[in-house]
Design a protein around this ligand. Structure first.
Ligand SMILES: *Cc1c(COP(=O)(O)O)cnc(C)c1O
Length: 427
């Protein structure tokens, strides 16, 4: 199809994320992407500042990822996981168990982050049922949190960002604490988790698990918080016999400067969700990991099995790409790369903090955020970024960068310079 034909069909028949069907918001046809460059069908080349939403950590069209994909496609693209197993699933599970904190021993593969959160919640519920504590049916979640768009995952997202009012008849009701506010670089005191303690103290008999994104609250506001808060949350969960579910879907695989964000606090969860960068941005795959104790307890309870089993569970292509992506990451000096990106983001975005329409500039690892006083005009700002030859996709008041780890310094400079110019001139 010509770019015009693509756009015409798209406009008539295809939904985009959080959009109207018949939207007048522009979308741009892409013809290819390679390294950190996205090539539009109309010829423009854009430096990617988004990693396609946390995923494409190695950039696009990577030779060794392509090889892994082709190799796996030649042996089998997919096979059902009921009663069958395969090398890519075994190898990826082994790697995940090795890389995650020690207590994470058992892996459930799903096809998207939201579903891995559903699975984590169901694990928590089945666990307490099996323990003979069926009244633990609720979760404690954070304001400004984001855990996905399916109903169960949405029910533990921020009640306002997550549009709970729109679905209130069907959404289960959970408990919410104000999101962590203590900054990443500040030490946390007991006051910082006062509200969580109070909620647990009052409702722990009903609470199966506490779910939180470690260190970075992503799509709910791009906030970074003190590792000390996570340490305290771990202690509180132990004290009140509540499972700790860490949603590392956005933060996993090096983005914050540690392989997993929970390493900043030196703690381990009871259940952990992984997704997004798991396959280096090639295919949709997610995983929910849990302790041996949780798995064994579920096995020994009623009905004696864990009640979930997606059609594309442990898809071999996706698992092979997961293995290849982790191999690639481990063979690279990713920590040094992320540190360099962090310092490039800091120096490049810092000038924004002097602008009158900017309330905050913050950087952690390969994530840089410029928070504005007002929401951006998406159509205008996107056009401006494209005219600078960069791909940046703000949301609300947040203009942020999370480039592929392979980005070179001069491309990163072009990204930050464009953010400065566009925020200064058009917001
Ligand atoms: C993106 C995201 C999800 C949902 O993942 P999908 O693959 O989009 O379903 C859940 N939790 C966090 C923290 C995320 O960033």
């Amino acid at each position: 199809m010509t770019p015009e034909e693509i756009l015409q069909t798209d406009r008539r028949h295809i939904w985009h994320p959080y959009s109207k069907m018949e939207s007048d918001m522009p979308v741009y046809p892409v013809s290819s992407a390679s390294g950190v460059i996205i090539k539009l069908a109309t010829g423009e080349e854009l430096i990617d500042g988004m990693s396609s939403w946390w995923c494409a950590i190695h950039g696009y069209n990577h030779p060794s990822m392509n090889r892994a994909l082709a190799k796996q496609a030649r042996s089998m693209a997919h096979i059902m996981f009921g009663g069958l197993t395969h090398d890519p699933a075994a190898r990826l599970a082994k790697k995940l168990v090795e890389l995650t904190p020690d207590p994470m021993q058992c892996v459930f593969f799903t096809d998207s982050g939201s579903v891995s959160v559903e699975v984590a919640m169901k694990m928590g519920l089945q666990y307490w049922n099996a323990r003979g504590v069926p009244e633990k049916q609720r979760f404690l979640a954070m304001e400004n949190g984001y855990h996905g768009d399916t109903l169960g995952a949405m029910s533990v997202c921020d009640p306002i960002n997550g549009m709970h009012s729109l679905f209130q008849e069907i959404l289960p009701k959970h408990y919410f604490a104000g999101g962590p506010t203590r900054r990443f670089t500040e030490p946390a005191g007991p006051k910082d988790t006062d509200e969580i303690r109070q909620l647990l103290d009052k409702h722990h008999h009903q609470i199966a698990g506490l779910i939180i994104e470690p260190i970075v609250q992503g799509a709910g506001g791009m906030r970074f918080y003190s590792p000390g808060i996570l340490t305290q949350i771990r202690q509180l969960c132990d004290e009140y016999k509540v499972l700790l579910i860490l949603d590392e879907i956005a933060t996993g695989f090096g983005r914050t400067g540690k392989f997993f964000a929970c390493e900043h606090a030196g703690i381990a969860p009871d259940i952990m969700c992984l997704g997004k960068a798991l396959t280096g941005g090639y295919l949709s795959l997610a995983a929910t990991l849990c302790t041996r104790h949780i798995a064994t307890t579920i096995d020994n309870g009623h009905p004696g099995v864990f009640m979930h089993g997606p059609t594309f569970m442990a898809n071999p292509l996706a698992c092979a790409l997961g293995v290849a992506s982790i191999d690639l990451l481990q063979a690279s000096d990713w920590q040094k790369r992320v540190r360099q990106i962090e310092s490039g983001l800091k120096s490049g975005l810092q000038p924004c903090s002097r602008l009158a329409n900017v309330t905050d500039v913050r950087v952690l690892g390969a994530i840089g955020v410029v928070e504005l006083t007002h929401p951006v005009d998406m159509a205008t700002i996107t056009r401006e970024f494209i005219s600078d030859g960069v791909w940046v996709r703000p949301f609300g008041k947040l203009v942020y960068l999370m480039p592929p780890f392979v980005i070179e310094d001069n491309d990163l400079d072009r990204l930050t310079a464009s953010v400065y110019r566009v925020v200064k001139e058009t917001c």
